[in-house]
Ligand binder design. Structure first.
Ligand SMILES: Cc1cc2nc3c(=O)[nH]c(=O)nc-3n(C[C@H](O)[C@H](O)[C@H](O)COP(=O)(O)OP(=O)(O)OC[C@H]3O[C@@H](n4cnc5c(N)ncnc54)[C@H](O)[C@@H]3O)c2cc1C
Length: 512
């Protein structure tokens, strides 16, 4: 049985959304994965009289296309879409059957207007929680435009292809046979990369806001809800809604919620925002903030928004180590997400740079998949919680080197080794590794602010207990500030503080 009971019970309610007939056209051989895939599609078809199965010859075996009876959709799943990709399959079934994808009408129009042939292939791993967003975005594009096709390739079932294409980071997207992009991508981001960015001129026409929040993570979301609840005109602009949390798999420290997962939690937060009249402006990047008569926020797209107050909540991103090889081998052996990319290094030797909580957690995770893990820590001892260190030290395939300064990541075409210097003896060591996971903390996304607001040496925005910066009317919250700790509930709390601070500022100062 390919579908366990739990998956079946997840699927059944969605089958009601299937509108027209769908045919799963299967290309299968006599190998074990083909047999599993055949069982899988047959079991799905048994659950709905609108789904049938046919044999077909497709480019990859085993794979199956999700089509209408007389019409190809362009969507193919190569390998089994289980794990995080099962939802992508369910959505494809529903959308191919005729149900309109849940995206803005202007995006639908942009996708439909594409008149060139685009054949996308996305390489994924089933444990990658960043992959479904890309798979689902490309499937939507294929459903809406007959010029577009998309094949999801499950890396574990197509190891030779993954190896030949030197794919070492997922999701990896190829367009018409060439590398197109990697990492999470929304429909908006894919369109913008294709040179089909939305017309942003209408943003210039927007009336000034009372509070304009920049950032759609926990801090920005909380700030927007708190501001809107005060009945003031609130806008929220973000490059990627959800922030770092959508990169997080298991979350166990949101008080009152024993366990949740990042994408699910932020989808609930987005739904909560929709309960209020918040003007959400997604897929736009702030480039500059200026204090004129009002505050003026210029965007990368060229548009400018005006507001009486601004809450900066642009969060943080993974810190780069800045050694030779890091840029060159990105997606060619250098990775930042162990959940996503760990399976691509199965049976290989890897290094994890960083002995804090995230580095040690990654090393523990990876030790279960790869052949050997070397943890490289710059300081004389690991900084992770003792409980994590104990777990790490109990693993037989892990080596820990401390006092080690990484000097270079090298190889030809892909990562082959990492060199570090022992800071006490000065001795240089080169470790043969095929992958390097860099987990050395975060840096604030505040470069775009330049000298507009006061920041610490490491770029964190300095705020007071009201969330106010040194510029009247400008507030900040979350991981981009100098708060002592960086966590979801802390960011949400500071987002609420900043919104209330902004509201107080508005009622105490007669800003027109
Ligand atoms: C792998 C991982 C696991 C974690 N696990 C946990 C956990 O279990 N529990 C916990 O409490 N915390 C956890 N954290 C920390 C938590 O995710 C952060 O503290 C929290 O997300 C910070 O929220 P934020 O809103 O300040 O910033 P972010 O979540 O970073 O959001 C920033 C927002 O700003 C946007 N943005 C950035 N620059 C611009 C710009 N120029 N213009 C427009 N928009 C911009 C981004 O697109 C995003 O929407 C984890 C973090 C990581 C990376």
């Amino acid at each position: 049985m390919a579908l366990d009971q739990e998956i079946k019970s997840q699927l059944i309610p969605y089958l009601d959304y299937i509108e027209g007939n769908v045919v799963l056209k299967v290309s299968a051989g006599s190998d074990e994965t083909s047999e599993k895939l055949l069982d899988f599609v047959r079991e799905i078809a048994e659950l709905s009289d609108k789904i049938s199965v046919e044999e077909a010859g497709l480019e990859r075996t085993p794979s199956f296309a999700v089509d209408k009876k007389e019409e190809t959709s362009g969507i193919v799943f190569a390998g089994l879409p289980l794990g995080h990709e099962f939802t992508s399959l369910v959505m494809a079934l529903v959308q191919v059957s005729g149900r309109k994808p849940k995206i803005e009408d202007n995006l639908i129009a942009q996708i439909k207007s594409i008149d060139k042939k685009l054949d996308f292939t996305s390489y994924v791993s089933l444990s990658c929680h960043n992959c479904p967003e890309v798979v689902q975005a490309l499937n939507i594009m294929a459903v809406l435009n007959p010029n577009i096709t998309h094949t999801m390739v499950e890396g574990g079932s197509f190891k030779d292809e993954v190896e030949a294409k030197q794919i070492m980071s997922v999701p990896a997207v190829h367009l018409n046979g060439q590398e197109f992009g990697s990492g999470r991508m929304t429909v908006e981001q894919i369109l913008s990369k294709l040179g089909q960015a939305a017309d942003s001129s209408e943003l210039d026409e927007k009336d000034p806001y009372d509070v304009l929040v920049v950032g759609g993570g926990p801090a920005g979301s909380a700030a927007a809800i708190y501001a809107a609840r005060k009945g003031i005109r609130t806008g929220l602009l973000a490059e990627t809604m959800g922030g770092q949390v959508i990169e997080t798999l298991g979350i166990e420290n949101i008080i009152g919620t024993k366990y949740t997962e990042g994408p699910k939690f932020m989808a609930e937060v987005a739904e909560h925002i929709r309960e209020y009249p918040v003007d959400v402006i997604p897929a736009q990047r702030a480039a500059k903030l200026e204090k004129k008569e009002l505050l003026e926020l210029s965007l990368d797209s060229g548009a400018t928004l005006k507001s009486k107050t601004v809450v900066i909540a642009t969060g943080a991103r993974w810190r780069s180590i800045g050694v030779p090889g890091e840029q060159e081998f990105k997606n060619k052996g250098i990775a930042y997400c162990p959940h996503c990319d760990g399976p691509l290094f199965a049976g290989k030797n890897v290094a994890v740079i960083g002995g804090g909580n995230s580095g040690v957690e990654a090393a523990i995770d990876l030790a279960g998949i790869v052949n050997h893990v070397t943890v490289v820590e710059f300081l004389p001892e690991l900084k992770a919680d003792i409980i994590l260190q104990k777990r790490l030290r109990s693993l037989s395939n892990v080596a820990i080197v401390t006092n080690a300064q990484t000097k270079e990541i090298a190889g030809s075409g892909k990562v082959e080794n990492l060199t570090y210097t022992d800071q006490q003896s000065g001795e240089q060591t080169t470790v043969p590794v095929q992958g390097v996971f860099i987990l050395i903390g975060l840096m604030p996304n505040t470069e775009w602010l330049a000298d507009t607001v006061e920041r610490t040496k490491i770029g964190e925005v300095i705020v007071d207990r009201h969330g106010a910066t040194n510029v009247p009317g400008v507030f900040a919250a979350g991981d981009c500030t100098d708060s002592a700790y960086k966590q979801i509930i802390i960011s949400m709390g500071s987002g609420a503080t900043a919104a209330l601070g902004a509201f107080d500022y508005l009622i105490r100062n007669d800003v027109q």
